[in-house]
Design a protein around this ligand. Structure first.
Ligand code: SAM
Ligand code: SF4
Length: 356
């Protein structure tokens, strides 16, 4: 593609990856995202009493956006149709929990029919995936990422607020059977909560020949309880894994990859990836753009500004006006995030409201 057509920001980064949140709603209460359970409150209170200072600001409460503000499937398909020819060809559906949106296969069919969409993936907590897996695959969904932070049913409930470990494991198994490839598993590692399960999760990846992504906890939780001391760094995770597994580094396919990857020497089909935005930011090569469920363009997970597309979408704007609006937003993409610095301000939206 002609590089001059790409949506490029003021630091020379050409956008290639569009994350679309299809709903801000969720049926889980993950400790690092929407912690509204007693177990979550207890955990964070214990950490605070051990010296981690709490953010004094008012916690963000769960408040779903009204349905009228949520983009319909025609609107989402139109945005992707406008952007795909300009290089935004990798699409990931996320949320909130995307499986809560009805007739998702219709959206997937619409997106997979767009010329120029070369990758179509979804991230889900896996709870309601099983019943719809086949129709999603048939509609054109290529890749699945599931969140799985614990392999212990009690630990899983503590992390997510829901006793759903078995359903998630069944979903992963059916996704494999149906030929989703590769299958990724995301685990957010929190010190004192699930860090003792790092090896078990890696062994799970090896056994099932899937790709395990360990993610550093980021300050995007609704409780505003994030503390640096709770972050288990990528380096700590790898030190731990290298002592137990024979891992071989995998070369990055391109600069914008967020994960540093290893494969198991004896099981090359299985992989470990470390996503370390806190200890090793990858902002310099970030090519991601986000569309929230209520139609706002976000140029960074940590953006304090966002750009509402709905007035244009619903006010009769033509495709070129919409493209120009998004191109202008991209020019304002932040150079980097400021996690851990005194100037850092947590965005009002949580990870579930942005679309991780
Ligand atoms: N509900 C789906 C799920 O959980 O897979 C999709 C949305 S969720 C927001 C997308 C990913 O963001 C999940 O894999 C989750 O683990 C990750 N995530 C959520 N909050 C996070 C945080 N504070 N730090 C790091 N990752 C987070
Ligand atoms: Fe958990 Fe995903 Fe729901 Fe957040 S959006 S609470 S990460 S399932």
């Amino acid at each position: 593609m002609d590089a001059s057509k790409r949506l490029t920001d003021s630091f020379g980064r050409a956008m290639g990856d569009l994350r679309i949140s299809v709903t801000d709603r969720c049926n889980f209460h993950c400790l690092y995202c929407l912690p509204e359970t007693e177990a979550a409150a207890d955990f964070y209170m214990k950490q605070a009493s051990m010296g981690a200072s709490q953010d004094e600001s008012v916690p963000i409460l769960r408040q779903w956006k009204p349905k009228s503000q949520i983009l319909n499937y025609e609107e989402i398909v139109r945005i992707v149709r406008i952007l795909a020819p300009y290089g935004l060809s990798k699409i990931r559906l996320t949320g909130g929990e995307p499986m809560l949106r009805r007739n998702l296969d219709q959206l997937i069919a619409g997106l997979s029919a767009i010329e120029g969409v070369r990758d179509l993936a979804m991230t889900s907590n896996g709870f309601r995936f099983l019943e719809k897996a086949q129709s999603l695959k048939q509609a054109g969904l290529k890749r699945m990422t599931f969140s799985l932070d614990s392999l212990d049913s009690k630990g899983f409930k503590k992390m997510t607020g829901v006793a759903a470990l078995d359903s998630v494991l069944d979903s992963i198994a059916i996704a494999k059977d149906l030929g989703f490839d590769p299958i990724r598993i995301n685990a957010v590692v929190i010190r004192g909560m699930n860090d003792h399960e790092i090896s078990d999760l890696a062994a799970f990846a090896q056994k099932h020949k899937v790709s395990m992504r360990f993610i550093e906890f980021m300050p995007l939780d609704a409780g505003r309880s994030w503390q640096k001391s709770l972050v288990v760094t990528g380096e700590e995770i790898m030190d731990h894994l290298h002592s137990r597994f024979d891992l071989v580094p995998v070369a990055a396919i391109n600069d914008s990859e967020t994960a540093t990857r290893w494969r198991f020497r004896e099981t090359p089909e299985a992989e470990i990836g470390i996503i370390a935005p806190v200890s090793k930011p990858f902002c310099r090569f970030c090519n991601r753009l986000r569309l929230t469920a209520d139609g706002h363009i976000r140029t960074c997970l940590f953006s304090l500004e966002e750009y509402d597309l709905k007035p244009l979408l619903r006010g009769g704007a033509d495709d070129m006006q919409i493209l120009k609006f998004i191109r202008d937003a991209v020019l304002l993409k932040e150079e980097r995030h400021h996690i851990g610095e005194s100037s850092f301000v947590q965005p009002v939206r949580t990870m579930s409201g942005i679309g991780g």
